[in-house]
Design a binder for this molecule. Structure first.
Ligand SMILES: [Fe+2]
Ligand SMILES: [Fe+2]
Length: 300
């Protein structure tokens, strides 16, 4: 495999100005599975701050990008991520708030993670202008994007969510976002490589990102379960995950681990992961994306 080859599926990345209406969405939008509901809900806590941070880092990197294709992709990526961030923020504002769930204690910690520890002055060190630090930020984004691409493909494939009668609005948000993650899955890796990122660095980033993400999902799940006004019973995290993944409501843990492992291959390229055709087909049929393509006349 040619690791430097741009993916065959590369095309111009367009932002889709989607809108979602959360008035009809119940707290447990995946009926009968509060554990999976609140595990997936953690994404709404992480994405607003996380994907805005992606945009800040990319804004810093763009003037240094000399390859026009990488530059155009990075710009398209940024536009898509900004809308992802805003859309998940809308969930916090309108869905959580409508149900009296105050997510701030958790989201403030996430804000601090991205603006302080991964920001321009981590631990008070003035590294904001350092090209080395920028490359580490880009590498962390690339390893996160590997997971988001994986999760995007998973949610496109997860028929069990339809069978369980998941709230259609929430499912469309997850699948629209997932499909765009699959669509732009190579961008972060290609930009990191273009900026001189090495195999050693990206392996190190994955070693940091994997446990960090797992910890945040674990803590976020506990946080959300406690916030749920119905006070669902909390199973142990691993037991809860195994039970939900057996139903097809969460990804299989071994598959997640296997996706992480693939990142350590020296020949890894995200182009070999995910199905662009399937993602584009979903974006054609997504109620929110189709409404956005027709001027945003949204109807549930
Ligand atoms: Fe995203
Ligand atoms: Fe992304």
């Amino acid at each position: 495999m040619d690791t430097n080859a741009p993916t065959a599926a590369r095309h111009e990345l367009q932002p889709r100005h989607v809108k979602f209406d959360w008035q009809q969405t119940p707290v447990q939008w995946l009926p009968g599975d509060p554990f999976a509901t609140h595990t997936i809900n953690v994404l709404h806590l992480l994405f607003p701050a996380g994907e805005m941070w992606f945009c800040r880092v990319y804004n810093k990197a763009l003037p240094m990008v000399t390859d026009p294709v990488v530059h155009a992709d990075a710009k398209g990526f940024m536009r898509q991520e900004a809308i992802h961030s805003r859309s998940h923020e809308g969930v916090i504002k309108h869905y959580y708030a409508a149900h009296g769930m105050d997510a701030k204690p958790f989201t403030q910690r996430i804000d601090r993670l991205f603006s302080h520890y991964l920001g321009e002055k981590p631990f008070g060190l003035n590294v904001g202008k350092s090209r080395f630090w920028l490359r580490q930020q880009l590498g962390i984004i690339a390893s996160l994007e590997h997971f988001f691409g994986y999760l995007g493909q998973w949610v496109l494939d997860a028929k069990a969510l339809d069978e369980a009668k998941a709230d259609p609005m929430m499912l469309d948000l997850l699948r629209w976002h997932g499909a765009e993650e699959v669509e732009h899955r190579s961008v972060a890796h290609d930009l990191f490589t273009h900026m001189g990122g090495t195999y050693f660095e990206r392996s190190l980033h994955m070693l940091i990102v994997m446990p960090l993400l797992l910890t945040l999902v674990f803590q976020g799940n506990r946080f959300m379960m406690k916030l749920d006004p119905a006070q669902p019973k909390q199973p142990g995290f691993v037991r809860g995950w195994l039970s939900s993944s057996r139903k097809g409501h969460l990804p299989n843990l071994l598959h997640v681990l296997s996706a992480a492992t693939r990142y350590f291959s020296p020949w890894f390229h995200p182009g070999a992961e995910g199905n662009t055709q399937q993602a584009m087909a979903y974006l054609e049929s997504s109620p929110a994306a189709s409404a956005a393509a027709h001027g945003g006349n949204f109807k549930r």
